[in-house]
Structures are given as C-alpha cells and as structure tokens.
Design a protein around this ligand. Sequence first.
Ligand SMILES: [Zn+2]
Length: 313
Amino acid sequence: MNTDNDIWIREVGTRDGLQSIQTQFSTANKLEWIRLEAAAGIPEIEVGSFVPPKLLPQMADTAEVVDGAVMVNDLTVSVLVPNLRGAQAGMASGAHLINFPLSVSEAHSEANLRKPVSAAIEDFANVMNYRREHPEHAHVRIGVGLATAFGCTISGQVALADVLRAAEKVTALAPDEIAVADTVGYGNPAQCRTIFREILAMAGDIPVAAHFHDTRGLGLANVDAALEVGVRRFDSSLGGLGGCPYAPGASGNVVTDDLVFMLEAMGLTTGVDLNKLLVARQFMEQHLSDEPTFGAIANAGLPKGFAPAMQRA
Ligand SMILES: [Zn+2]
C-alpha cells in the first residue's frame, strides 16, 4: 500500500456509480475496470456492497468481485455494508475495509431504515463488537460513513448539532475511518469548512474522508474547502458515474479524473497517472448503455505544459 502520497483517493464508481444506473456490469467487466484503475495508481476501490440482491441486483456478485480485486497488487479493497449481516459478509469476504453508512438526518434515517439515528449508531456499535468478538477478523478495518451530513431530500437542512452529535458518538466507538458524506449534493464550501474543521478536531488520529456528490456543481469547490481545513482522503467516481435519483440529469460523485487533475495541478500528489486513468474511463464508458458520464478533463484534455505534482522522497 502506498501511503506516501499527499492525498488518498477512494474510487466509489464501482459501488455508488453502478448501484445508481440501469446498466449491469458483468463480474469480469467490474474486475477489468478495477484492474485498470488500480494500474493507474488509485490506492483504494469500493468494489461493491453486501446488500440483499433483491434490493440491488447490480451488487449481487460483490463476493466474487472482492475475490478478484484482492488479487490486485497494492490495492485496498473496500465494500459498503448496510447492517450487521452485511458486515459479517464483508468481513468474511476478504475485503480490507468495510464501510458502514448511517444517516445523520433523523427524517432520512426514519424513512430509509425505519429507525432513529441513535439506533443506527447502536447497529454500528454492534459491528465494532462483532469484530472484537471474532479475532479472525481483527485485520479488517471498519469505517463509518455519516450520510446526509450536508442536507437531506426529506428534511432539507440537517442541523450542524445533529451532525456533530452523531460524529461524537461514532468517534467514541473508535472506527478506523470516518467518512462524511454529502449524499445528495446539497453542500457548499463554507459548510464544508465548518463541518470538517469540527469533525477533524473531534476525530483526533482517526482518518477522516470526504464523500461529495457533484449534483449541483459544487463538488470540486467542496473538495478544495475540505482540503483547506485538513481533509486528505476523498471519495470520487470515474467519469462522475452515478447520477442522483432525485435530480435527473445530475452527475454522481465528484469526477475522479477531474479530482486527480485538480489535486496534482495544486501540487498535491495522488499517485495516480491521469493518462492511465482515462484509459480506465474509456473502458468503463464502453460498457455503459445510455448513461451519461461527466468530467472536463476527458473532454478538454490536459492543459499545455501540465506536470503532475512531484512525490517527495
Ligand atoms: Zn454517495
């Protein structure tokens, strides 16, 4: 694992992207996508989720995808797990990291999980306990995701106090990572600075990641704001694959290719080779049916004289 770079990028297109579109990728095509992106230098890929196949048939082959992905050198393989059962499957799968999302919006938590935020946090505590009670899984890292931290489609605004209360409770459980997610693309840079400043201070040594959607065009601006206050881990999706069920025509996550370009242009190393990344993007696009992809660099090309950031020895 290369941890020498300034920024750690987690590709989530193979999970967040593929779960939001109609086209179903075969296991072989998912794995080829993963191999191409790993070859470009992406250090971590969220390769799928352990959710009931009835809910998300696109993710039904996640165990096989993990099997293939863990064979790729220098790649951290992560999966999303929505509950204890999924976490058990995730830990048994051989994935290096499992990510457990919970919604910090009461309205969203009630609507989607039919439980208050406090009960979802208890579920997460049970996942942490399960690992403690099963030493064979001690090496699996467990991350927690604070979803809808920047707003939610049901209640609109989510109070900062609610976000911080949830963050405080999950921090006390000592997860291996805390990701803060703008699930529906409501966030703005000022809000990012406020939320991440508080959560970074709270998290101490626990790494904090930012998960932004570019639904309203502020994805990279939000990345820049989070960078400014010290965030060094970002989720993104190749070609912005994903979209948003509530905003037809809107893009998905922050575009991995544009994110890498911005960071490298700013002098921050990512370990990612942009040209190889665009090869991975081409492969991914070839296997889509009607879904749009996004991103400026793929269309406009790199600026004349562009040089990636130099890795400090
Ligand atoms: Zn997302």
